[in-house]
Design a protein around this ligand. Sequence first.
Ligand code: NAP
Length: 286
Amino acid sequence: MNILVTGSRGQLGSEIQRLSGETDGMNFFFPGLPELDIADAEGVARFCDEHRIEAIVNCAAYTAVDRAEEEPEAAFRVNRDGPRALAAVAAGRDALLVHISTDYVFDGESCRPYRETDPTSPLGVYGQSKWEGEEAVRAVSSSHMIVRTSWLYSEFGANFVKTMLRLGAERDALTVVFDQAGTPTRAYDLAAAILAMLGRCDRGRAYAETYHYSNEGVCSWYDFACAVMKLKGFSCRVKPVGSEEYPTRARRPHYSVLHKGKIRADWDLDIPHWYDSLEAMLKRCC
Ligand SMILES: NC(=O)c1ccc[n+]([C@@H]2O[C@H](COP(=O)([O-])OP(=O)(O)OC[C@H]3O[C@@H](n4cnc5c(N)ncnc54)[C@H](OP(=O)(O)O)[C@@H]3O)[C@@H](O)[C@H]2O)c1
């Protein structure tokens, strides 16, 4: 199976690229920008024709949550128009599209883990653009799996864990919000799950599925920061603060834990706890 992975230089794309060597029967293509711009429908069609693409994994996205408030056109171009272009090309070739989305499609007012069927209500431009990207995929593709994830981190690219590693080594103390709860996701684990799904999927079947995937467990950003300090043995003291003391341009959900029962059951996935995955990542790279 010839598989196009977009956004291959980002956190998730890089992890898929790293794991792709361990797969059988899958032939991957990892173009980055500027070689392949997902919002360039003609460019996408040309690439897919040339390489006889049979499945697409869309890891490309505009992920600057705060900056999106000031440049919504750029966010919607990548997060809505891009998936729409990919879905159209995939539909024309009867190809499966695996599209990655976010917990930020929810407003965080829930007090139990979000299911795939729960109503969405994004709080900002990033979440809205990702939601409209999902809807474009549902409307246009002939076979798709939308996988929403949360709090992604990896040894590749910039993320919360890497910021904590830097600050933990530099400072005696720092403040981190305690009133936003969710679940971190090691991009390596999500990449492994996506490859398992691709390896097991029925190529003759038209999928129309939305899934939730994060690591197991729940924590706040404060808990997450404390775990990094503890696992690294840093003496930096982490002080909890409320979101009102850490104003950001975009509002974030106070609670965005994803319920993973559906993806676990459909694909027989064994999902690691966030603390174990953090420990594994830190052992491996830092
Ligand atoms: N990061 C998180 O905490 C988080 C949380 C929930 C869900 N997600 C979702 O998970 C997915 C993967 O996120 P990630 O953290 O791996 O993202 P990332 O590290 O920001 O990588 C995104 C990649 O997309 C590329 N890209 C941007 N615009 C593009 C375009 N028009 N055409 C082709 N490529 C383009 C970027 O290239 P450049 O670097 O060259 O711009 C970058 O390599 C995304 O769908 C994201 O919305 C992320």
